[in-house]
Ligand binder design. Structure first.
Ligand code: AVJ
Length: 312
């Protein structure tokens, strides 16, 4: 038996046991990001096929003067997810905020990245907040009177189905308040072959990222999932405008997790991630439905990725 599991592991176990027993087996994508998963995602962002990260980074770099012209100086920037070492400095250098508040559920990763940023920006007030941004949480004290700017890059919004995405956007609005701004990255609809290639690279890094979820189940929950009996599958769902990642059983398998038995027939799948893609109108409508009015939008020349500024 498993002794004294921390809250995170308990939540992981709950989601895994319920998700695998569901009529359509699925595990929430957030569990892909343990330490190993975050390393593998980092590797993904450097793959030639995975265009979003480098496209968004170059775009932010290029349009930051225009973004900054529409944002107040001396603001508080609240980033949902720990800041990336490349994207966050572009914004901080561009708009010179008074405070930077990265919010992330992974305390270790958050503190490390906050410390790096504090070294790079010694005069900036860096206040990391360990919280699940999907749930209600309070902003730290000391931000009173500062205009608030939310930052949600990476098309992370795309990992949420529209119902959850709009709930999340409304929650951001409630947290940040009237007259706040939100700078958000959203991946665009494009040629299906390019979309699938971005999530099914020939080197198999994305496959390893996906399969790490099963390794994590074995590591943290004491499961005996035969990882070699599952294959990575990335498919385009036209009706839902999204790439889906699945783990598909390549033969009939039986395994146990925490005393609970699961049977998967050959061909049965576990849905592990959605990555929604948006046309220009769909992106704006998503923001509007979540309580945010788009006020400016920038894309790269190929229109592969959009950065949208919206106001509460
Ligand atoms: C976390 C939203 C940046 O959906 O593109 C990359 C995660 N999954 N390859 C995305 C991911 C597989 C990624 N984001």
């Amino acid at each position: 038996m498993l002794a004294t599991l921390d809250d995170q592991t308990l939540a992981f176990r709950k989601d895994v046991l319920a998700g695998l027993a569901a009529p359509v087996p699925a595990i929430p994508a957030r569990w892909l990001y343990d330490r190993r998963g975050s390393e593998l995602f980092d590797d993904i962002t450097r793959l030639p096929e995975y265009y979003p990260t480098r496209t968004e980074t170059a775009l932010l770099q290029q349009v930051m003067p225009q973004v900054a012209a529409r944002l107040p100086a001396g603001a508080a920037v609240i980033e949902f997810g720990a800041g990336s070492a490349t994207k966050t400095p572009i914004l901080l250098k561009g708009i010179h905020p008074a405070a930077y508040v990265p919010v992330d559920i992974s305390g270790d990763y958050l503190r490390a990245s906050a410390a790096d940023l504090q070294r790079e920006f010694p005069n900036l007030e860096v206040i990391p907040v360990v919280a699940d941004f999907m749930r209600k949480f309070d902003l730290p004290g000391g931000l009173d009177g500062l205009p608030r700017i939310g930052f949600f890059p990476g098309s992370t919004i795309g990992n949420f189905v529209p119902w959850s995405a709009t709930n999340l956007l409304r929650q951001f609005r409630d947290l940040l308040g009237d007259r706040s701004k939100l700078l958000i990255g959203m991946d665009r609809l494009k040629d299906v072959d390019r979309l699938v290639a971005a999530y099914d690279d020939p080197r198999g890094v994305t496959a390893e990222f996906n399969l790490n979820l099963l390794e994590r189940i074995n590591r943290e929950l004491g499961g005996d999932v035969p990882v070699d009996a599952f294959a990575h599958d990335a498919r385009w769902n036209e009706m839902m405008s999204r790439i889906e990642m699945h783990l598909v059983a390549t033969r009939d398998v039986t395994f146990e997790i925490d005393g609970q038995r699961f049977d998967f027939a050959a061909g049965a799948s576990i849905h592990t991630e959605n990555s929604h893609k948006y046309g220009p109108n769909g992106a704006r409508l998503m923001l509007l439905a979540g309580g945010w009015t788009p006020i400016a939008e920038w894309t790269d020349r190929q229109e592969d990725f959009a950065v949208i500024l919206a106001e509460a």
